[in-house]
Design a protein around this ligand. Structure first.
Ligand code: OSB
Ligand code: MG
Length: 362
């Protein structure tokens, strides 16, 4: 699926997304959908859409198929034990199982996960632009569209002047944040400290994904709270962040952390110590978005999520109705069972280039 505009972050650029969808069916014919958030190239994390395509039939399916499961919560420990890594591949299947269970119970995914909000606040993530002036224009447009928080991608040489332009375009409202996608080193602390004057709500993932220790050295040198994204691969890393003081906010993406069970555990332990969390995005289609919106309806998600409506990304989404936003809020379809939107099978059919069916018994 072609994005309506290319999305550029410090580590790479994306225009065309190859989407891997999982449709899970149980013995009674109930169906659940999941979406793998991995990209074509390993720029955000090591996984790609092709490593997930390999991992699902080779190592995930044998664990899951043909067995009885009491709850989708039982999948995470089984998949963790079965083989290492590949959290995005695991998440795609685990989240499909949560959707399937919601359908079985005739409940909304939001309700099944323990969500309570009828609507969720939405922020936009703006990719790196060609110039500060262009970023200022995009920032103003986003403000006018009603977004509750504007996040700007930064990297070395594309930071202070760009953020200054965004801040000037906005004035004091709405909240402004930046996301570095691991583009900096601890030596860059003086530059990062200069961002303090823009009163950002957070700086997301300044340093390397596996570097909680240096984030802990950086945080006391900044007034701006650090939010970790790539670093938080599961509940244990969230605990490490809290213990070490590597950051003060967590971006939870269920597709990054192995699925909804892991995402909820992170939510719960952050909530217990007063760490705000928010739901990140990975340029998902309407299916992944449905999962994110449901998760973001949990009580600890106190900051706006990267939950832009379908039209921000796609000419035509693969769900009906497409996701929309009003006054910076996305409605959580809690009155409808499952995802709360219809999966557009015809559209998916038109777009499908590869398909693999995995029967429960050979
Ligand atoms: O770091 O949050 C990120 C998109 C791709 C990879 C990484 C990130 C992002 C975004 C997009 O910021 C957020 C969205 O889906 O709108
Ligand atoms: Mg991020």
């Amino acid at each position: 699926m072609r994005l309506r505009e290319p999305f550029r972050i410090s580590s790479g650029r994306s225009h065309q997304r190859r989407i891997l969808l999982v449709e899970l069916e149980d013995a009674d014919g109930a169906v659940g959908w999941g979406e793998c958030v991995a990209d074509v190239t390993p720029h955000y994390s090591a996984e790609t859409v092709d490593t997930a395509w390999l991992a699902i039939p080779a190592w995930i399916a044998p664990v899951m198929l043909g067995r009885e499961w009491d709850s989708p919560e039982d999948l995470r420990p089984a998949l963790e034990l079965a083989f290492r890594g590949h959290p995005m591949a695991k998440a795609a299947v685990e989240m499909a199982a949560w959707h399937l269970e919601a359908e079985r119970q005739g409940r909304s995914l939001s309700a099944l996960l323990g969500g309570s909000r009828p609507q969720v606040a939405t922020g936009i993530s703006l990719g790196i632009q060609d110039s500060p002036e262009q970023l200022a224009r995009r920032t103003t447009e986003s403000h006018e569209a009603g977004y509750r928080r504007i996040k700007v991608k930064i990297g070395p040489g594309r930071d202070l002047a760009f953020v200054a332009a965004a801040r000037e375009a906005l004035g004091s409202q709405p909240a402004l944040s930046v996301d570095a996608n691991s583009a900096y080193r601890l030596d860059d602390a003086p530059t990062l400290a200069q961002l303090d004057r823009f009163e950002l709500v957070m700086i997301e993932q300044p340093l390397a994904a596996d570097d909680l220790l240096r984030h802990a050295s950086l945080q006391p040198r900044l007034a701006t709270p650090i939010c970790l994204d790539e670093s938080i691969t599961g509940p244990d890393r969230a605990e490490d962040m809290i213990q070490l003081g590597s950051g003060r906010i967590i971006n939870i993406k269920p597709g990054r952390v192995g699925g909804h069970t892991s995402a909820r555990l992170i939510h719960d332990l952050a909530r217990a110590v007063g760490i705000p969390v928010w739901c990140g995005g990975m340029l998902e289609t309407g299916i992944g978005r449905a999962h994110n919106v449901a998760l973001a309806s949990l009580p600890g998600f106190s900051l706006p999520g990267d939950l832009s409506p379908s039209a921000r990304y796609w000419e035509q989404d693969i769900v009906d109705p497409p996701w929309t936003m009003e006054q910076g809020m996305v409605a959580v379809p809690r009155h409808r069972p499952g995802l709360g939107v219809e999966v557009d099978r015809e559209r998916i059919e038109e777009l499908t280039v590869r398909r693999l069916e995995l029967p429960s018994s050979p």
